[in-house]
Write a protein that binds this ligand. Sequence first.
Ligand code: FMN
Length: 328
Amino acid sequence: MWTSILGQKNRPFLALSPMADMTDSPFCQIVRKIGGADVVFREMVSSEAIVRENVKTLGMTDFAAAERPIVQQIFGSDPATMARAAALIMEHAAPEGIDINMGCPVYKITSHFNGCALMKEPDRAAAIIRAVKHAVGPTPLSVKIRLGWSDPDEFKKFIPVIEAAGADLIAVHGRTKAQGYGGASDWRRIGEAKAVARVPVLANGDIHRPEQVAAALEATGADGVLIARGALGNPWFFWAVAHPGARISLGERASVVLEHSRLHMARYGERGLVTFRKHLAWYFKASRVGEDVPGLKQIRAELVRVSTYDGLAEILRPFSARPPQPDS
Ligand SMILES: Cc1cc2nc3c(=O)[nH]c(=O)nc-3n(C[C@H](O)[C@H](O)[C@H](O)COP(=O)(O)O)c2cc1C
Protein backbone atom coordinates (compact mmCIF):
# COMPACT_ATOMS: atom_id res chain seq x y z
CA MET A 1 0.00 0.00 0.00
CA TRP A 2 1.60 3.25 -1.00
CA THR A 3 -0.16 5.08 1.82
CA SER A 4 1.59 2.89 4.40
CA ILE A 5 4.92 4.57 3.52
CA LEU A 6 3.52 7.75 5.09
CA GLY A 7 5.12 8.52 8.39
CA GLN A 8 7.47 5.55 8.20
CA LYS A 9 10.46 7.46 6.93
CA ASN A 10 12.55 9.86 8.90
CA ARG A 11 12.31 12.36 6.07
CA PRO A 12 9.41 14.24 4.46
CA PHE A 13 6.94 12.28 2.34
CA LEU A 14 7.11 13.70 -1.18
CA ALA A 15 4.67 13.17 -4.02
CA LEU A 16 4.48 14.48 -7.58
CA SER A 17 1.11 16.19 -8.10
CA PRO A 18 -1.03 15.34 -11.13
CA MET A 19 -0.71 17.79 -14.02
CA ALA A 20 -2.64 17.38 -17.26
CA ASP A 21 -0.33 17.04 -20.28
CA MET A 22 2.73 17.07 -18.02
CA THR A 23 2.83 14.16 -15.55
CA ASP A 24 2.70 11.50 -18.22
CA SER A 25 4.74 8.31 -18.28
CA PRO A 26 7.97 9.82 -19.70
CA PHE A 27 8.03 12.62 -17.13
CA CYS A 28 7.22 10.26 -14.25
CA GLN A 29 9.99 7.92 -15.41
CA ILE A 30 12.49 10.78 -15.27
CA VAL A 31 11.33 11.87 -11.82
CA ARG A 32 11.69 8.31 -10.62
CA LYS A 33 15.12 7.84 -12.18
CA ILE A 34 16.49 10.92 -10.43
CA GLY A 35 14.84 9.74 -7.23
CA GLY A 36 13.46 11.23 -4.03
CA ALA A 37 9.73 11.06 -4.83
CA ASP A 38 7.75 8.54 -2.79
CA VAL A 39 4.84 8.35 -5.20
CA VAL A 40 3.88 9.95 -8.50
CA PHE A 41 0.34 11.02 -9.41
CA ARG A 42 -0.42 10.69 -13.10
CA GLU A 43 -2.45 13.30 -14.97
CA MET A 44 -6.23 13.09 -14.78
CA VAL A 45 -8.15 10.94 -17.24
CA SER A 46 -11.83 11.17 -18.07
CA SER A 47 -13.94 8.37 -16.62
CA GLU A 48 -16.38 8.77 -19.51
CA ALA A 49 -13.62 8.22 -22.07
CA ILE A 50 -12.30 5.20 -20.16
CA VAL A 51 -15.68 3.47 -20.07
CA ARG A 52 -16.11 4.14 -23.80
CA GLU A 53 -12.80 2.26 -24.03
CA ASN A 54 -11.24 5.17 -25.84
CA VAL A 55 -7.85 3.72 -26.77
CA LYS A 56 -5.98 7.01 -26.42
CA THR A 57 -7.36 7.67 -22.91
CA LEU A 58 -6.77 4.12 -21.72
CA GLY A 59 -3.23 4.41 -23.15
CA MET A 60 -2.71 7.46 -20.91
CA THR A 61 -2.84 5.06 -17.96
CA ASP A 62 -0.03 2.84 -19.30
CA PHE A 63 3.09 3.08 -17.23
CA ALA A 64 6.56 1.68 -16.94
CA ALA A 65 7.36 -0.58 -13.98
CA ALA A 66 9.97 1.91 -12.79
CA GLU A 67 7.25 4.49 -12.12
CA ARG A 68 5.68 2.48 -9.27
CA PRO A 69 4.23 3.28 -6.84
CA ILE A 70 1.89 5.28 -8.98
CA VAL A 71 -1.52 6.85 -8.45
CA GLN A 72 -3.86 7.33 -11.38
CA GLN A 73 -6.24 10.25 -11.11
CA ILE A 74 -9.71 10.13 -12.65
CA PHE A 75 -12.42 12.74 -13.05
CA GLY A 76 -16.14 12.49 -13.64
CA SER A 77 -19.52 13.13 -12.08
CA ASP A 78 -21.42 9.87 -12.37
CA PRO A 79 -20.77 7.32 -9.59
CA ALA A 80 -21.36 4.24 -11.77
CA THR A 81 -19.16 5.56 -14.59
CA MET A 82 -16.40 6.50 -12.15
CA ALA A 83 -16.56 3.04 -10.56
CA ARG A 84 -16.44 1.27 -13.92
CA ALA A 85 -13.55 3.48 -15.07
CA ALA A 86 -11.59 2.75 -11.90
CA ALA A 87 -12.15 -0.98 -12.33
CA LEU A 88 -11.03 -0.84 -15.98
CA ILE A 89 -7.88 1.07 -15.02
CA MET A 90 -7.09 -1.45 -12.27
CA GLU A 91 -7.51 -4.25 -14.78
CA HIS A 92 -5.45 -2.47 -17.43
CA ALA A 93 -2.57 -1.05 -15.41
CA ALA A 94 -2.99 -1.99 -11.73
CA PRO A 95 -1.73 1.31 -10.28
CA GLU A 96 -1.00 1.37 -6.55
CA GLY A 97 -3.68 3.98 -6.02
CA ILE A 98 -6.66 5.74 -7.56
CA ASP A 99 -7.23 9.44 -6.96
CA ILE A 100 -10.42 11.36 -7.59
CA ASN A 101 -10.14 14.90 -8.88
CA MET A 102 -12.34 17.22 -6.83
CA GLY A 103 -10.14 20.26 -7.25
CA CYS A 104 -9.93 21.16 -10.93
CA PRO A 105 -11.23 24.71 -11.47
CA VAL A 106 -11.31 24.68 -15.30
CA TYR A 107 -14.76 25.54 -16.73
CA LYS A 108 -14.73 22.65 -19.23
CA ILE A 109 -14.53 20.28 -16.23
CA THR A 110 -16.61 22.05 -13.56
CA SER A 111 -19.50 22.83 -15.94
CA HIS A 112 -20.21 19.09 -16.02
CA PHE A 113 -20.21 18.72 -12.21
CA ASN A 114 -16.65 17.38 -12.35
CA GLY A 115 -13.53 18.49 -10.52
CA CYS A 116 -14.05 21.19 -7.91
CA ALA A 117 -17.79 21.43 -8.70
CA LEU A 118 -18.14 18.27 -6.62
CA MET A 119 -17.28 20.30 -3.52
CA LYS A 120 -20.66 22.01 -4.01
CA GLU A 121 -22.35 18.60 -4.26
CA PRO A 122 -21.23 16.64 -1.19
CA ASP A 123 -23.88 13.95 -1.67
CA ARG A 124 -22.77 13.28 -5.20
CA ALA A 125 -19.10 13.39 -4.13
CA ALA A 126 -19.81 10.82 -1.42
CA ALA A 127 -21.71 8.57 -3.83
CA ILE A 128 -18.75 8.67 -6.25
CA ILE A 129 -16.28 7.76 -3.51
CA ARG A 130 -18.44 4.89 -2.23
CA ALA A 131 -18.85 3.49 -5.74
CA VAL A 132 -15.16 3.80 -6.63
CA LYS A 133 -14.11 2.35 -3.29
CA HIS A 134 -16.32 -0.65 -3.87
CA ALA A 135 -14.78 -1.08 -7.36
CA VAL A 136 -11.12 -0.88 -6.29
CA GLY A 137 -11.35 -2.92 -3.08
CA PRO A 138 -8.22 -2.61 -0.92
CA THR A 139 -6.40 -0.26 -3.33
CA PRO A 140 -5.93 3.09 -1.55
CA LEU A 141 -8.37 5.73 -2.73
CA SER A 142 -7.33 9.34 -2.39
CA VAL A 143 -9.24 12.52 -3.16
CA LYS A 144 -7.68 15.80 -4.25
CA ILE A 145 -9.65 18.85 -3.17
CA ARG A 146 -9.35 22.62 -2.83
CA LEU A 147 -10.34 24.61 0.26
CA GLY A 148 -13.77 25.06 -1.26
CA TRP A 149 -15.64 26.41 -4.25
CA SER A 150 -15.84 30.04 -3.10
CA ASP A 151 -15.87 29.71 0.67
CA PRO A 152 -12.33 28.97 1.93
CA ASP A 153 -13.76 27.13 4.95
CA GLU A 154 -15.92 24.71 2.94
CA PHE A 155 -13.37 21.92 3.51
CA LYS A 156 -14.37 21.76 7.18
CA LYS A 157 -17.73 20.25 6.26
CA PHE A 158 -16.54 18.47 3.12
CA ILE A 159 -13.68 16.47 4.62
CA PRO A 160 -15.84 14.51 7.12
CA VAL A 161 -18.26 13.67 4.30
CA ILE A 162 -15.61 12.25 1.98
CA GLU A 163 -13.88 10.41 4.81
CA ALA A 164 -17.15 8.77 5.83
CA ALA A 165 -17.63 7.74 2.20
CA GLY A 166 -14.24 5.98 2.16
CA ALA A 167 -11.41 8.38 1.21
CA ASP A 168 -8.13 6.92 2.51
CA LEU A 169 -6.09 10.07 1.99
CA ILE A 170 -6.88 13.68 1.13
CA ALA A 171 -4.67 16.08 -0.78
CA VAL A 172 -5.53 19.71 -0.17
CA HIS A 173 -4.66 22.57 -2.53
CA GLY A 174 -4.86 25.66 -0.36
CA ARG A 175 -6.97 27.78 -2.69
CA THR A 176 -10.66 27.98 -3.54
CA LYS A 177 -11.98 27.34 -7.04
CA ALA A 178 -12.89 31.02 -7.20
CA GLN A 179 -9.22 31.91 -6.67
CA GLY A 180 -8.06 29.77 -9.59
CA TYR A 181 -4.31 30.14 -9.32
CA GLY A 182 -4.45 33.68 -7.92
CA GLY A 183 -3.35 34.63 -4.44
CA ALA A 184 -1.31 32.31 -2.29
CA SER A 185 -1.99 28.75 -1.25
CA ASP A 186 -3.26 29.10 2.32
CA TRP A 187 -1.01 26.79 4.30
CA ARG A 188 -2.69 27.85 7.55
CA ARG A 189 -6.04 26.55 6.30
CA ILE A 190 -4.36 23.35 5.06
CA GLY A 191 -3.26 22.98 8.69
CA GLU A 192 -6.91 23.32 9.72
CA ALA A 193 -7.82 20.66 7.17
CA LYS A 194 -5.20 18.38 8.72
CA ALA A 195 -6.71 19.03 12.14
CA VAL A 196 -10.21 18.17 10.86
CA ALA A 197 -9.14 15.04 8.97
CA ARG A 198 -8.74 11.58 10.44
CA VAL A 199 -6.99 10.20 7.35
CA PRO A 200 -3.54 11.39 6.17
CA VAL A 201 -3.37 14.76 4.44
CA LEU A 202 -0.96 15.94 1.76
CA ALA A 203 -0.36 19.69 1.52
CA ASN A 204 -0.37 21.26 -1.92
CA GLY A 205 0.15 24.64 -3.45
CA ASP A 206 3.04 27.06 -3.74
CA ILE A 207 5.73 24.67 -2.52
CA HIS A 208 7.89 25.70 -5.43
CA ARG A 209 11.40 25.26 -4.07
CA PRO A 210 12.83 22.25 -2.23
CA GLU A 211 13.80 24.51 0.68
CA GLN A 212 10.08 25.32 1.21
CA VAL A 213 9.11 21.70 1.96
CA ALA A 214 10.10 21.84 5.62
CA ALA A 215 8.28 25.17 6.11
CA ALA A 216 5.13 23.84 4.42
CA LEU A 217 5.16 20.74 6.62
CA GLU A 218 5.68 22.79 9.71
CA ALA A 219 2.96 25.30 8.82
CA THR A 220 0.39 22.64 7.92
CA GLY A 221 1.32 19.66 10.09
CA ALA A 222 0.49 17.61 6.99
CA ASP A 223 1.72 14.06 6.47
CA GLY A 224 3.49 14.96 3.24
CA VAL A 225 3.57 17.36 0.33
CA LEU A 226 2.32 17.20 -3.22
CA ILE A 227 4.52 19.11 -5.63
CA ALA A 228 3.21 20.37 -8.98
CA ARG A 229 4.77 23.36 -10.78
CA GLY A 230 7.94 23.17 -8.70
CA ALA A 231 8.78 19.93 -10.48
CA LEU A 232 8.26 21.21 -14.03
CA GLY A 233 11.63 21.55 -15.71
CA ASN A 234 12.94 20.45 -12.33
CA PRO A 235 12.57 16.68 -11.88
CA TRP A 236 15.47 17.04 -9.40
CA PHE A 237 13.09 18.73 -6.93
CA PHE A 238 12.50 15.59 -4.82
CA TRP A 239 16.16 14.57 -4.77
CA ALA A 240 17.12 18.13 -3.88
CA VAL A 241 15.03 18.11 -0.68
CA ALA A 242 17.59 15.74 0.81
CA HIS A 243 20.54 17.58 -0.80
CA PRO A 244 20.19 21.19 0.30
CA GLY A 245 22.35 23.63 -1.60
CA ALA A 246 23.18 21.18 -4.42
CA ARG A 247 23.10 22.71 -7.89
CA ILE A 248 22.38 20.91 -11.12
CA SER A 249 25.13 21.47 -13.67
CA LEU A 250 24.20 22.44 -17.22
CA GLY A 251 25.76 19.17 -18.41
CA GLU A 252 23.49 17.15 -16.13
CA ARG A 253 20.48 19.23 -17.19
CA ALA A 254 21.23 18.68 -20.88
CA SER A 255 21.68 14.97 -20.38
CA VAL A 256 18.36 14.59 -18.49
CA VAL A 257 16.56 16.74 -21.08
CA LEU A 258 17.86 14.52 -23.89
CA GLU A 259 16.87 11.36 -22.03
CA HIS A 260 13.41 12.78 -21.27
CA SER A 261 12.99 13.76 -24.93
CA ARG A 262 13.90 10.22 -26.05
CA LEU A 263 11.29 8.73 -23.69
CA HIS A 264 8.77 11.32 -24.91
CA MET A 265 9.40 10.41 -28.55
CA ALA A 266 9.28 6.70 -27.79
CA ARG A 267 5.80 7.36 -26.36
CA TYR A 268 4.43 9.89 -28.87
CA GLY A 269 6.48 9.24 -32.02
CA GLU A 270 9.02 11.37 -33.88
CA ARG A 271 6.58 14.33 -33.97
CA GLY A 272 6.59 14.10 -30.19
CA LEU A 273 9.40 16.59 -30.03
CA VAL A 274 6.88 19.30 -30.90
CA THR A 275 4.83 18.47 -27.79
CA PHE A 276 8.07 18.23 -25.80
CA ARG A 277 8.63 21.98 -26.30
CA LYS A 278 6.40 22.71 -23.26
CA HIS A 279 8.90 20.79 -21.09
CA LEU A 280 11.86 22.54 -22.78
CA ALA A 281 10.34 25.90 -21.89
CA TRP A 282 10.34 24.87 -18.21
CA TYR A 283 13.78 23.22 -18.27
CA PHE A 284 15.40 26.39 -19.60
CA LYS A 285 13.58 29.08 -17.64
CA ALA A 286 16.10 31.49 -16.15
CA SER A 287 14.84 30.53 -12.69
CA ARG A 288 15.81 26.93 -13.41
CA VAL A 289 19.24 27.30 -15.02
CA GLY A 290 20.34 30.56 -13.39
CA GLU A 291 20.23 34.08 -14.73
CA ASP A 292 23.87 34.17 -15.75
CA VAL A 293 24.03 31.50 -18.48
CA PRO A 294 25.51 33.13 -21.58
CA GLY A 295 23.28 33.02 -24.66
CA LEU A 296 20.27 31.63 -22.75
CA LYS A 297 17.79 33.91 -24.51
CA GLN A 298 19.01 32.74 -27.92
CA ILE A 299 18.95 29.10 -26.83
CA ARG A 300 15.36 29.44 -25.62
CA ALA A 301 14.34 31.04 -28.91
CA GLU A 302 15.80 28.03 -30.75
CA LEU A 303 14.20 25.53 -28.38
CA VAL A 304 10.65 26.76 -29.07
CA ARG A 305 11.18 25.95 -32.75
CA VAL A 306 13.05 22.65 -32.44
CA SER A 307 11.38 19.71 -34.18
CA THR A 308 13.97 16.93 -34.37
CA TYR A 309 16.04 15.09 -31.82
CA ASP A 310 19.26 15.88 -33.69
CA GLY A 311 18.27 19.54 -33.70
CA LEU A 312 17.75 19.43 -29.94
CA ALA A 313 21.05 17.65 -29.35
CA GLU A 314 22.78 20.30 -31.47
CA ILE A 315 21.25 23.20 -29.51
CA LEU A 316 22.28 21.57 -26.23
CA ARG A 317 25.78 20.61 -27.44
CA PRO A 318 27.52 23.57 -25.77
CA PHE A 319 25.92 22.50 -22.47
CA SER A 320 26.59 18.80 -22.95
CA ALA A 321 30.22 19.49 -23.84
CA ARG A 322 30.77 21.64 -20.75
CA PRO A 323 32.88 19.97 -18.12
CA PRO A 324 30.98 19.43 -14.84
CA GLN A 325 30.66 22.69 -12.92
CA PRO A 326 32.59 22.90 -9.68
CA ASP A 327 29.40 23.37 -7.67
CA SER A 328 27.49 20.50 -9.27
C1 FMN B 1 -0.29 22.43 -16.12
C2 FMN B 1 -1.09 21.98 -14.94
C3 FMN B 1 -1.94 20.90 -15.03
C4 FMN B 1 -2.67 20.45 -13.93
N1 FMN B 1 -3.45 19.34 -14.04
C5 FMN B 1 -4.05 18.83 -12.93
C6 FMN B 1 -4.72 17.57 -12.98
O1 FMN B 1 -4.76 16.87 -14.01
N2 FMN B 1 -5.32 17.14 -11.83
C7 FMN B 1 -5.26 17.86 -10.65
O2 FMN B 1 -5.80 17.41 -9.64
N3 FMN B 1 -4.59 19.02 -10.58
C8 FMN B 1 -3.98 19.51 -11.68
N4 FMN B 1 -3.25 20.66 -11.58
C9 FMN B 1 -3.12 21.31 -10.26
C10 FMN B 1 -1.83 20.87 -9.56
O3 FMN B 1 -1.80 19.48 -9.33
C11 FMN B 1 -1.66 21.61 -8.21
O4 FMN B 1 -2.77 21.31 -7.40
C12 FMN B 1 -1.55 23.12 -8.37
O5 FMN B 1 -0.73 23.46 -9.48
C13 FMN B 1 -0.97 23.78 -7.11
O6 FMN B 1 0.27 23.22 -6.77
P1 FMN B 1 1.69 23.95 -7.13
O7 FMN B 1 1.65 25.31 -6.52
O8 FMN B 1 2.72 23.02 -6.53
O9 FMN B 1 1.76 24.06 -8.62
C14 FMN B 1 -2.56 21.14 -12.69
C15 FMN B 1 -1.70 22.24 -12.59
C16 FMN B 1 -0.97 22.66 -13.68
C17 FMN B 1 -0.03 23.84 -13.53
